[in-house]
Design a protein around this ligand. Structure first.
Ligand SMILES: [Zn+2]
Length: 255
């Protein structure tokens, strides 16, 4: 394929060979945000278009706000890997993937420039509008692949997105000393915590045992929604923030 018209007006097109048809569903109903985790944006762009990499995303957003589309929104890009949300595991088939240029945690994680974030906001708003994607389905790679991925990471300004009408957020509850659920704990409190995480979409087994997977998912939740302390311990602030989040989804969901 030599090219296509961009789905997002203003985007440049550089076609990646790494895509296929969406399975089971024809339309995306989720947006997954990533950081590139490579030294340069140009390097990341080349890698996502390299047939040997076998990875791609629908869009790449450079630090200067330039948007490059590599896979059509109607096609299935290869960005999410082994993932899960609401029990669904083929996230590539139901999502649009956006790679945001940032060296990431291993190469000097840094703040995302405002121009870049403004471009991400406009892009997400466009995609959500074209496919009627609800705010709570604009997610981090770390939300759908907890333990395996941490991107776009705790410096990603979800607040700025939310202020512009993109994504779902509630104010994090303040951290105070008190009881907490942690690795090794068992019982109804742990079961309730796991149920609430699963109710929001996270891939966690409701076992009543605070196991390694629970700790990993609590940390993923904190990385997005309660960033002050990312430790995998479900303290009062974490649980309260999760409750607020679920209440906010309920309040906005159509009956
Ligand atoms: Zn990623």
């Amino acid at each position: 394929m030599s090219g296509f018209l961009p789905d997002q007006s203003g985007a440049e097109v550089r076609v990646s060979p790494n895509f296929g048809p969406r399975r089971e569903t024809l339309r995306p109903d989720m947006i997954v945000l990533h950081y590139t985790g490579m030294a340069t944006g140009a390097g990341a762009e080349a890698w996502l278009c390299d047939p040997t990499s076998e990875v791609s995303s629908h869009y790449l957003v450079h630090e200067d706000g330039r948007i490059v589309q590599m896979v059509r929104e109607s096609d299935r890009a290869w960005h999410a890997g082994k993932s899960s949300w609401f029990g669904r595991t083929d996230i590539n088939s139901c999502s649009v993937g956006i790679e945001i240029v940032n060296p990431g945690h291993l190469l000097g994680y840094k703040a995302f420039p405002k121009r870049q974030i403004d471009a991400v906001i406009g892009l997400c708003a466009g995609i959500a509008g074209r496919h009627s994607i609800p705010p709570q389905r604009v997610l981090a790679h770390s939300d759908v692949a907890p333990g395996r991925k941490v991107d776009p990471g705790e410096k990603f300004p979800w607040k700025a997105l939310y202020a512009a009408g993109v994504g779902h957020l509630v104010p994090a509850a303040p951290i105070r000393p008190g009881a907490a659920l942690k690795t090794g704990d068992t019982g109804t409190g742990v079961e309730a915590l796991q149920s609430m995480l699963a109710l929001y979409g996270y891939g966690v087994e409701i076992s009543g045992v605070f196991d390694r997977q629970t700790q990993i998912v609590v940390a993923a939740f904190q990385r997005h929604f309660r960033r002050r302390q990312i430790d995998g311990v479900a303290d009062g602030s974490t649980i309260c923030t999760l409750e607020r989040l679920l209440a906010a989804v309920k309040a906005t969901s159509p009956k």
